[in-house]
Design a protein around this ligand. Structure first.
Ligand code: SF4
Ligand code: SF4
Length: 261
């Protein structure tokens, strides 16, 4: 997911074609171990928050309060949580330890992609991807390891599930951006709950009897209300559908229940 600032940063980097290779490997014995996990400007997507809060066993609300600074996208007003670095020498990431990343299995998509940056935008036929190489002076991981193209690197880092969720979010933001104005305040509040606080979204589903208002089979309803990781993923997918439906009165994968006179 690009913010204006991160898009500008990506555009300033050398681009890597989808078929171009690069050599990189990062292991605990590199002299720069952990150097990249500090002083970061790291926007978190809804899927990043989903995975981190799951890993930490926290609610979305508690996670955001403890680890994020809330900003918003200037053009759409979508909530934009930024991972808050710790105060003190070197401003480390709150999840870094001498042994490495403490949330490694559920680390944010941007950490997985590094040293690649991925720019995604909506094209006529779907998502258009561009890749950029982030070659920082302190990083000694280059020129070792296997030669890989971006798709191979992403496969090794298990990024696909992050990209799929982030691209859906990017599509929603692109639709809002195309209206030429920010979202109404009520949709901004809804986005914060539905996309970043899934436990509250589930409460809302029950309180507003949302399942009675949309065409959806029972197995999908059950999956959305399940509090496992798969359940959270199903809930986020539905939250994106729901936001599309309430803002635009239509969604590619969800429709309102037909009412008969
Ligand atoms: S989440 Fe993990 S990988 Fe990402 S910056 Fe923090 S410690 Fe490093
Ligand atoms: S700076 Fe580069 S090589 Fe060093 S730990 Fe970070 S990613 Fe690995």
């Amino acid at each position: 997911m690009d913010t204006d600032a991160s898009r500008e940063f990506l555009e300033s980097l050398p681009e890597l074609g989808a078929d171009e290779t690069f050599c990189f490997d990062c292991t605990p014995d590199v002299p720069c171990f952990n150097r990249c996990c500090a002083e970061l400007t790291l926007p978190l997507t809804p899927y990043d928050v989903l995975r981190l809060r799951y890993q930490l066993g926290m609610s979305g609300e508690d996670f955001l309060r403890a680890f994020a600074t809330m900003r918003s996208f200037p053009d759409t007003d979508f909530p934009l949580p930024m991972l808050r670095m710790l105060d003190g020498p070197g401003e480390p990431c709150p999840f870094v330890s001498p042994a490495g990343c403490m949330v490694y299995e559920d680390r944010p998509g941007a950490c997985r992609c590094y040293p690649l940056g991925r720019g995604a935008s909506m094209g006529r036929d779907g998502v258009v991807e561009r890749f950029f190489l982030v070659r920082e002076e302190h990083c000694k991981g280059f020129d070792k390891g296997r030669e890989r193209i971006p798709a191979q690197w992403f496969a090794d880092q298990h990024v696909a599930v992050y990209n799929a969720a982030n691209d859906r979010y990017m599509r929603l933001m692109t639709m809002v951006r195309a209206t030429g104005k920010p979202m109404e305040a009520r949709f901004v509040s809804m986005a914060e709950i539905c996309l970043f606080q899934l436990e509250k979204f589930r409460e809302l589903i029950e309180k507003m009897r949302i399942f009675e208002r949309v065409e959806m089979d029972k197995p999908r309803q059950a999956a959305i209300m399940d509090t496992s990781l798969a359940g959270d993923e199903a809930a986020l997918h539905f939250a994106l559908d729901w936001m599309e439906l309430i803002i635009f009165n239509k969604s590619e994968t969800l429709c309102k229940k037909r009412t008969h006179p």
